[in-house]
Design a protein around this ligand. Structure first.
Ligand code: PBG
Length: 331
């Protein structure tokens, strides 16, 4: 018998009807970079089309995204002062704290604000926690003392109006530490999205330039995951779930679709994926060189992440993807 697989592809109406993967703008999250200072709106050289905003101007970026149909944001902060213990991460007048107050004042519930919880943008050495050791050879990121600082950061963000916190540091026990601290401060309903399966990846390069957060020595391989491992990713996902995470994230996205799929099959929590700076920058660069169709590659890459099992996508293309959904090209 001749099986006519093409029958279901014969019209756009039919193709749209039988789509197995559905995407909605409500599941998109746009990263936003807050920079300490005033009057700042400057394009990030490593992330074309993305901007550094000071708290007094961040509303321009939020409004532009809202107009495109994106209303969930992930906030990062770039402080003026960095020190060994990242104190601007949990300072009352820290950059994310200022940004949260400013956005909430102007937009209230129109903008849903998730904050990245990590110390690497705030430490002068660029590592995600405090250090222990006398010289570069025996220096390590000290897990347990870091937990307290991360927890302070999360509570501080909650006090300034954050709607969700997202620890990205990869310290052991941080989800439990944050949950305890948030509950203790009365934020029992604050949702926590864990960067549960976060690999030590070269795809973060453009972000580190944007955030000035590249480690000044060594790398992040003693806390972020080894790209060889998938089962270990599940172990990370399970421990964050057991510690009280509400949403599990896999990061990066495109090179780790197998991991997204495995996490989806092994948890009942919502699964998010972060299409990181290198994924965005590569697409932009290839398009600028005339090698690929940016719009098509963007749509197809987003679809791949959802098809693998993610229900939430964090991406620098959030606005453009929302527009593509509205046009009916995907979704
Ligand atoms: C902070 C953090 C990083 C990213 C998100 N949170 C950088 C890193 O781990 O080095 C990367 C995001 C991106 O590349 O888009 N720890």
């Amino acid at each position: 018998m001749l099986i006519r697989n093409r029958r279901l592809r014969s019209s756009l109406a039919l193709r749209q009807m039988i789509r197995e993967t559905r995407i909605s703008p409500e599941s998109l999250v746009l990263p936003i970079f807050l920079k300490e200072g005033q009057g700042i709106k400057s394009e990030i050289s490593s992330l074309q089309g993305q901007y550094h905003y000071s708290p007094d101007r961040v509303g321009e970026g939020i409004q532009k995204a809202l107009d495109a149909g994106v209303s969930r944001f992930l906030l990062f902060g770039i402080p003026k002062l960095k020190d060994p213990v990242g104190s601007q991460a949990y300072a009352e007048e820290g950059i994310v704290q200022q940004g949260l107050r400013s956005i909430k004042k102007d937009f209230r519930d129109k903008a849903y604000l998730i904050t990245d919880i990590c110390l690497c943008e705030y430490t002068d050495h660029g590592h995600c926690g405090v250090l222990k050791g006398e010289n570069p050879e025996n220096t390590v990121v000290d897990n347990d003392p870091t937990l307290e600082l991360l927890a302070r950061t999360a509570v501080s963000h909650a006090c300034c109006g954050a709607d969700m916190v997202a620890p990205s540091d990869m310290m052991d026990g941080r989800v439990f530490a944050l949950r305890q601290a948030l509950d203790g401060a009365g934020f029992t309903n604050m949702p926590l999205m864990a960067y549960a399966v976060k690999y030590a990846s070269a795809f973060y390069g453009p972000f580190r330039e944007a955030a000035g957060s590249a480690p000044s020595f060594g790398d992040r391989k003693t806390y972020q995951m080894d790209p060889h491992n998938r089962r270990e990713g599940l172990k990370e996902a399970f421990s964050d779930e057991a510690e009280g995470a509400d949403i599990l994230m896999v990061k990066p996205a495109l090179a780790y679709l197998d991991v997204i799929s495995a996490v989806r099959d092994n948890t009942n929590l919502p699964v998010a994926a972060y299409s990181v700076s290198g994924e965005y920058a590569m697409t932009k660069a290839a398009a600028a060189a005339g090698l690929i169709d940016e719009y098509g590659v963007m749509c197809e890459s987003a679809l791949a992440v959802y098809r693998a099992g993610a229900g939430i996508l964090l991406t620098y293309y959030a606005e453009e993807i929302a527009k593509a959904i509205r046009k009916g090209d995907i979704g």
